[in-house]
Write a protein that binds this ligand. Structure first.
Ligand SMILES: Nc1ncnc2c1ncn2[C@@H]1O[C@H](COP(=O)(O)OP(=O)(O)OP(=O)(O)O)[C@@H](O)[C@H]1O
Length: 367
């Protein structure tokens, strides 16, 4: 049978309207509105916005609606992501003048903190893609755990979520009492959109669906008490990244760059973006800093080692450390064991331990 390549939001809305809660007689559409949907390779992802106070009570009707959506032509599996938006006021960052102290996780307008049990939130960002941001976020998070902190890792790189694979956590998180349970791996808690929906489907999401999904990953997950949450941002410094940095009350940001000039120009843009939203930059990390030959141990500076250190000095932000280009780092990521655990004596693991130690020291006043 021929498979349609797309499905209209009316088709989805029609199904959502037809499924009624047996107790209240209300459908999902009586509680909120459809934000968007996408169908990729037979996998249908639906983002549905509801007021936060209703989200917990809707899981039964969502399950029924999901099964009905799976009956639509061309749909092999469906998932409904319930999203809820905070008021615009709660999303703004505290404004502090001059050289900035660490940010807090409580909004400046006196609203309740977005994540009451989370003491600090740091973003891992990069000006351009493919520089090893997710590898860094994963190993930094696990490294902070090794420093004795309670750590959560949130994959907000919604267009290419990969942290679940790097952690070897490919199962679906459970839902208990209407809250998603983060997966526990290598001493930390983690949630990635890649655990919930098909990666390819997430990659084509736009605007409100992305923001809604991230909001849900923040607020509808049972994160519990954390010393630090590490957020892996999507690469780049465009509008999406900017609004994310405004939405999540960040304590600080870490920027990852390779040493090439072209990557460093983008890293500078990253620093400027965080300055714009008054999030302190905790520092720059140089990834793929030099190539360490596994046979003879000789170091080759493929991309001109040291550029990020100089750039950090020029911009007046701390330089956190350099991680070599190692085949083992890629292999560890691919097999789902963070390099810092997989090869603890490697140059990469030593670099991450050093970086995690420095970041933990910076966060100490907030813990
Ligand atoms: N220091 C390193 N040595 C060797 N391989 C590395 C290193 N850092 C990252 N990699 C590899 O490079 C690839 C890209 O890394 P990663 O996914 O972390 O980058 P990213 O910046 O998050 O990418 P994207 O922009 O797609 O989100 C992965 O295969 C990863 O294993």
């Amino acid at each position: 049978m021929a498979q349609p390549s797309s499905i209209s939001s009316q088709d989805v809305a029609h199904v959502l309207e037809s499924v009624k809660d047996p107790h209240t007689g209300k459908s999902l559409l009586d509680h909120g509105h459809l934000e968007g949907c996408s169908l990729t390779d037979g996998k249908l992802s639906v983002a549905f916005a509801v007021p936060r106070e209703h989200a917990k009570t809707l899981s039964a009707i969502c399950d029924t609606a999901t099964r009905q959506l799976e009956k639509l032509p061309g749909v092999q599996s469906a998932s409904i992501i319930l999203t809820s938006h905070r008021s615009a006021g709660a999303a703004t960052q505290p404004k502090t003048a001059g050289h900035r102290p660490l940010g807090g996780t409580t909004p400046a307008d006196g609203n309740a903190p977005l994540l009451p049990g989370v003491k600090t939130i740091i973003a891992v960002a990069s000006g351009k893609g493919g520089v090893g941001k997710s590898t860094t976020a994963t190993n930094l998070a696990v490294g902070l755990g090794l420093e004795g902190l309670k750590v959560g890792l949130l994959d907000a790189d919604i267009h290419g979520p990969s942290l679940h694979r790097m952690l070897g956590a490919t199962g679906k998180p459970e839902v208990v009492d209407g809250k998603l349970q983060p997966v526990e791996a290598w001493g930390i808690k983690a949630v990635s959109l890649g655990m919930l929906v098909d990666e390819k489907a997430a990659m084509i999401w736009r605007g409100p669906m992305v923001m809604g999904a991230i909001n849900q990953l923040l607020t509808d997950v049972a994160w519990g008490n954390l010393d630090v949450m590490v957020v892996d941002l999507p690469p780049g410094t465009g509008d999406a990244q900017l609004s994310l940095t405004q939405k999540v009350p960040l304590t600080g940001a870490v920027i990852v760059s390779t040493p090439q000039d072209i990557a460093l120009i983008d890293a500078r843009r990253g620093v400027t973006m965080f300055e714009k939203v008054r999030v302190p930059v905790l520092g720059l990390i140089e990834n793929m800093s030099y190539f360490c030959c596994p046979n003879c141990g000789h170091n080759t500076e493929l991309f001109g080692h040291g550029g990020a250190r100089k750039e950090a000095e020029a911009m007046g932000v701390p330089f956190l450390g350099e991680v070599p280009l190692l085949a083992d780092i890629r292999a560890s990521g691919d097999k789902g064991v963070p390099g810092i655990i997989d090869a603890p004596d490697s140059e990469g693991a030593k670099a991450w331990r050093h970086i995690a130690h420095n970041v933990a020291k910076m966060l100490q006043p907030k813990l």
